[in-house]
Design a binder for this molecule. Sequence first.
Ligand code: ZN
Ligand code: ZN
Length: 350
Amino acid sequence: MGVWPTGAMQAVMLSAPGIASCVEVKIPVWQPNCALVAVTRVGLCGSDLELLDGSSSYLQTGRARYPLIPGHEWVGVIVAVDGSTRLTPGQRVVGKTMLTCKQCEACASGRENECVDLREVGLYSQDGAAARYIRVPTSSLVPVPDSVSDRQAALVEPTVTILEALGQVDIRPGAQVAVVGPGTLGLLAAKVLVRYPVELSVFGVTTASLRASKRLGATTAEVFAAHRDGGRYDVAIEASGTVQGFRDAQDALRVGGAMIAVGVPHGVIDGFEVGRFVLAGQRQIGVRHGMNHYWEALRLFELGMLDEGDLLDSELPLELAAEAFTRLADPGRTAPKVSLIIQDEERRVP
Ligand SMILES: [Zn+2]
Ligand SMILES: [Zn+2]
């Protein structure tokens, strides 16, 4: 259904460490059971920055290789679609980052989130959405309700990780919950958690992020100080992706508490007191994205329970991708997220 275009398109290409440019490439060709989607917006995050600067574990393990098209937080409009699907051209969709193999033991056992043979859109083995068009399996697409804006839909991808994280532990009324690292993931976690009947403390570094945390309803928002707050929290969500954040989240836990890590720190953690952790009966839980939560995430935006407030710093056209990456790397930006606008909402393909 729909006419699958051919010819050239603009795309952001990461060609070597530090080199991001907008180039012309071929529009992806038809493939069975795939859709071609005209991308309207892509959010950039720390993973994209690591692909650009070369520090990404995907590059270092050889799973990702230059040149590559980044972009895994995206929304677009279906142009053409193959195979039997309820999706139709003109439909607005978000796409799942994890493309599972459907054949490994985990996939075959209904645990696709644990697939051992993944491809990840815009990260490795699958071109990303920082382009006019992206070709993806129709099974990875999720329709976006009309009342959810493109701005909001592009935030669904990080939101699913938070929903997976919050489902990992029992957060009871009156619980004390800490969020460490109020970047995109941390602020999204805080935005959901302010709707829980819990005491919510956000620990961050920059004034802007702490102000935003306070504004959205956190009980407290401050720089972490282990001697003052350590050992009090039932649950700590580590969203900074730094070794220090990991330490802080661990230090924040009470006896029997649980730390849920959604950020991905590089390196090893020296001085981690394993004995104390064991004797305190604590848990550490790593979150592997949340590919089953796209519908729930969209529903939260549709119901007005989540919004983009305090998350967006700047929006730049595709052609200015290099500037967008520079802005993303700038610690002085006012909010965590930098987006690329690929196609104005008015200029949507029919
Ligand atoms: Zn991301
Ligand atoms: Zn699999």
